[in-house]
Design a protein around this ligand. Structure first.
Ligand SMILES: NC(=O)c1ccc[n+]([C@@H]2O[C@H](COP(=O)([O-])OP(=O)(O)OC[C@H]3O[C@@H](n4cnc5c(N)ncnc54)[C@H](O)[C@@H]3O)[C@@H](O)[C@H]2O)c1
Ligand SMILES: O=c1ccn([C@@H]2O[C@H](COP(=O)(O)OP(=O)(O)O[C@H]3O[C@H](CO)[C@@H](O)[C@H](O)[C@H]3O)[C@@H](O)[C@H]2O)c(=O)[nH]1
Length: 429
């Protein structure tokens, strides 16, 4: 099938490379010329396991990128993978989606055949049919249900494991305006849907849109609940990880997403939970539980810094922050809890030295007064204390001998040889 993908960020690039891998003819339409040039050179514009080799294999054959929207006319289906960020008040900002839909609609105006447009971006119920659809109709002169079909196909991939998550998902959710649209997506995803482990959920567009938010709200709430239970466990002198491991053996609860600590960050949970809260309020519902989920999450970085301050006078102290990305396996720092930790440390007068295997260049412009080290060991040299903000595997079994004061507060439960340290404290254990 001929597929165009509008937006070549984390999602658009991943699904383009994966769909090319499944044998489709894929073109990425992206406004950023650097990203276009990178993909056409056979390289990955983002750090994501398994992506670089797939782009290298398919670029120039069945994968290409362009800034020219006209490319969509030679395709059967277009995925909109544009960002859906937060406005200042936390609500969903659709400006980029509107702009992308306008450009796409204009390009489709001179396409003679029918076209299917699939919204992949995370959007609140009603956006696909009431915002994107009308813009496409106005700009293209085509009509939904006639020569233009709409579908909503939310994406559940996680950063760091994006390629395998996309190719081996638990579920594919398709909300469509017609049986034809759903059939096209079934055909496109046939190799994925043939997996026994992958369920296909066919539903209406509004439900597909909300399934994505409900999924993220559930997972974010689970981690906040786990953090609240972790904070309570620690107050009792109990180990939250032992407690929750046992709780997770209950099938109804599950062992996954049970790691307490510094809380959730990233480009999705924070903005999606906020958009759902704002959307709920707009609909006249007060989302008290989701408000608390955010409050618990926002408190964890300060708790980490307070724990360190109980052992180290932070004024003028040299403090190491291990890990900057919002989770291991990615260079994405959006809403990373590590950034809150840096700010709280600096507020209290500490000089921060940071290390992350891949995310330092993304943080440097935001925090030019932080010292960036070449390795975790360098970062720890002469430090008066350290905090663990991201559970990168390379932090397991670190040597802490070079620290001036061997005090470590761990927000992520890495493997530490405690005998090497004077103080080792876990945030929730
Ligand atoms: N990142 C994830 O893990 C993830 C997972 C599932 C769903 N989502 C959702 O998918 C959507 C995209 O997320 P992302 O993380 O890939 O965003 P991103 O910011 O990484 O990428 C978006 C890309 O769109 C490009 N762009 C902006 N305006 C454009 C235009 N008018 N025409 C063409 N290209 C344009 C940008 O230059 C950028 O490269 C969001 O709704 C997000 O919530 C993200
Ligand atoms: O037990 C856990 C699991 C996760 N986290 C934190 O939660 C955040 C999010 O982690 P994860 O869900 O693995 O990463 P994302 O890439 O943000 O993926 C989420 O957001 C994506 C964008 O919507 C969805 O597609 C995915 O299904 C959803 O898991 C990170 O800061 C993690 O450190 C914990 O603190 N404890």
């Amino acid at each position: 099938m001929h597929v165009s993908i509008v937006g070549s960020g984390y999602v658009g690039t991943t699904i383009a490379a994966c769909l090319a891998d499944l044998g489709h003819e894929v073109v990425n339409v992206e406004i950023d010329e650097d990203i276009v040039a990178t993909i056409n050179a056979g390289e990955a514009p983002i750090h994501e396991s398994g992506l670089e080799e797939r782009i290298a294999e398919h670029a120039g054959t069945n994968l290409r990128a362009t800034t020219d929207y006209a490319a969509v006319r030679d395709t059967d289906v277009t995925f909109l993978c544009l960002p859906t960020p937060q406005a200042d008040d936390g609500s969903l900002d659709l400006a980029v989606m509107r702009a992308g839909a306008e450009s796409l609609g204009r390009a489709l105006a001179t396409k003679n055949d029918d076209h299917l447009v699939v919204v992949k971006s995370t959007v609140l119920p009603g956006t696909t049919e009431d915002v994107v659809g009308p813009i496409l109709e106005d700009e293209s002169g085509k009509h939904v249900g006639d020569d233009l079909e709409l579908a909503m196909n939310p994406e559940f991939l996680r950063m760091g494991t994006a390629v395998t998550d996309f190719l081996e998902p638990d579920k594919v959710v398709v909300g469509a305006t017609s049986d034809d649209a759903a059939a096209t997506l079934r055909e496109l995803y046939a190799p994925i849907l043939s997996r026994e482990e992958t369920d296909l959920v066919e539903t209406d567009i509004r439900e597909a849109e909300l399934i994505k938010y409900a999924n993220n709200a559930f997972l974010a709430s689970k981690v906040s609940l786990v953090n609240e239970l972790g904070n309570i466990a620690k107050a009792y002198g109990a180990d939250a990880y032992e407690v929750l491991e046992a709780v997770g053996l209950d099938d109804r609860i599950s062992e996954r997403f049970m790691r307490s600590g510094l809380g959730w960050g990233g480009s999705c949970f924070p903005k999606d939970v906020d958009a759902l809260r704002a959307g709920a309020r707009e609909q006249g519902y007060d989302p008290a539980l989701l408000d608390a989920v955010v409050a618990v999450n926002d408190a964890q970085p300060r708790r980490l810094v307070d724990s360190l301050a109980a052992h180290v006078d932070l004024e003028d102290a040299r403090i190491t922050v291990l890990g900057l990305s919002f989770k291991p396996g990615t260079d994405d720092i959006r809403k990373s809890r590590a950034l809150d930790v840096i700010e709280y440390l600096q507020d209290r007068g500490a000089a921060v030295v940071a290390y992350d295997p891949v995310a330092m260049e993304n943080v440097r412009p935001m925090y030019p007064d932080v010292e960036y080290a070449e390795s975790a060991t360098d970062a720890l040299a002469d430090a008066d204390g350290a905090v663990v903000a991201t559970d990168w595997p390379e932090f397991d079994d670190l040597a802490f001998g070079g620290m001036a004061q061997r005090v470590v507060v761990d927000g992520r439960r890495i493997d530490v040889d405690e005998t090497e340290l004077d103080v080792y404290e876990g945030l929730t254990w």
